[in-house]
Design a protein around this ligand. Structure first.
Ligand code: GAL
Ligand code: CA
Length: 358
């Protein structure tokens, strides 16, 4: 059974609680001027949220958290914020049409989880022409694009940090229980890598940095196999079923760029009745935390969905109030809000799973 996940985004709340309150109070006055273009009601902030793919586990969590944060803010402060959510279904043309619609209806702000990171420039130019601030999240456009206009923002976590923390989880395990991990006793860590979508900053950098932590620490590593499974549990399970036939027990550690793929790998091992290697993921989704509890997933790295959604909302409120976003949400380099990742294993699971006792 999946338990309720604790509210773990303490950093964002602590740092921003006061400014959010002030912002929200002041907003009531300012909002009379917001959203009044197009068919918007007075006093309503209308936000278009464009997702790359709503069926993605982590992304659907971010949206739910954003909807909840908006409701709470409305309830607390009597604000009206309308979120319109569009599913891009992994198609950049579809997403572009959805954004055109948001703009033609006179929406006040856009939150975009872009399908194709390299298509950002077109979108930014459209937003700038319409004078509508645009917050990218989770899928990071290149810096040159972000810098095209001062009303362009990115909210997310630093991809390499996720990889570093994942590598540390494996390094700690190797140092603590090398006897068990090094199944063939050759002193070398044989690993497989399940990669996310090709070209995604998180797939590229998590793959690179997770392994780099080990080699930098002097651990000899050997890649047995790697392939993409596009963040997807079913695809990962299929890939790993094939790996099992080919490489079987030679896999000592399995890195997955996200939790869904780690869970897919566990599915494949369990279906084959094979002994699980040490498996690590990223995200700390509810089913992944459950797998950590059961011990099938060794560890994961929290990708702070609540923090990301809270930061987006706080940034929007700061913009409405024309408050300095650097003060309000810790904006860096004029464009970026960064949320920290956190390591999760059975040792600290109680910080993330309500009612969990080691
Ligand atoms: C990553 C996350 C993946 C997937 C991807 C979508 O940050 O770890 O699970 O959601 O974003 O862009
Ligand atoms: Ca070995």
């Amino acid at each position: 059974m999946i338990r309720k996940i604790k509210n773990y985004s303490s950093r964002s709340h602590k740092g921003w609680g006061r400014s959010l309150f002030l912002t929200a109070v002041l907003c009531v006055g300012l909002l009379a001027g917001c959203g009044s273009s197009g068919s918007g009601e007075k006093g309503t902030l209308r936000v278009g949220v464009a997702l790359y793919d709503q069926s993605d586990t982590f992304i659907s969590t971010v949206v739910q958290d954003l909807e909840r944060a908006v409701q709470e803010t409305e309830g607390e402060e009597g604000l009206k914020i309308n979120l319109s959510v569009a599913d891009g279904r992994s198609n950049q043309t579809t997403q572009m049409d959805q954004i055109d619609q948001f703009l033609s209806r006179g929406y006040d702000m856009l939150c975009v989880n872009i399908v194709d990171r390299t298509a950002a420039a077109v979108l930014i130019d459209k937003a700038q022409e319409a004078g509508v601030p645009l917050i990218f999240f989770n899928r990071q456009p290149v810096a040159e694009d972000i810098q095209r206009w001062d009303q362009i923002y990115y909210v997310g976590a630093r991809a390499e940090e996720g990889g570093i923390l994942q590598g540390q989880l494996v390094l700690d395990a190797w140092l603590q229980k090398r006897q068990t991990l090094d199944r063939n006793g050759d002193g070398i860590l044989q690993y497989g890598m399940l990669e996310g979508e090709p070209g995604h900053q998180d797939a590229l950098l998590r793959t690179e940095y997770s392994v780099k932590v080990l080699s930098d620490a002097g651990v000899e590593v050997e890649k047995v196999v790697s392939d993409t499974a596009n963040w997807n549990r079913g695809q990962a399970s299929e890939k790993v079923s094939q790996w099992l036939e080919e490489f079987g027990p030679s896999l000592e550690v399995l890195f997955a760029n996200n939790d869904d793929m780690a869970l897919g790998a566990i599915d494949a091992f369990q279906e084959a009745g094979a002994e699980l290697p040490l498996i690590v993921g990223v995200d700390a989704t509810a089913p992944a935390l459950e797998a950590v509890k059961e011990g099938t997933l060794y560890g994961t790295v929290l990708n702070d969905a609540q923090g990301i959604s809270r930061a987006m909302l706080d940034l929007m409120l700061a913009l409405v109030k024309e408050e300095d976003p650097e003060q309000a949400v810790g904006l860096e380099d004029g464009h970026y809000v960064w949320l920290p990742y956190q390591k999760v294993t059975q040792n600290n699971l109680s910080d993330f799973l309500e009612g969990y006792q080691p």
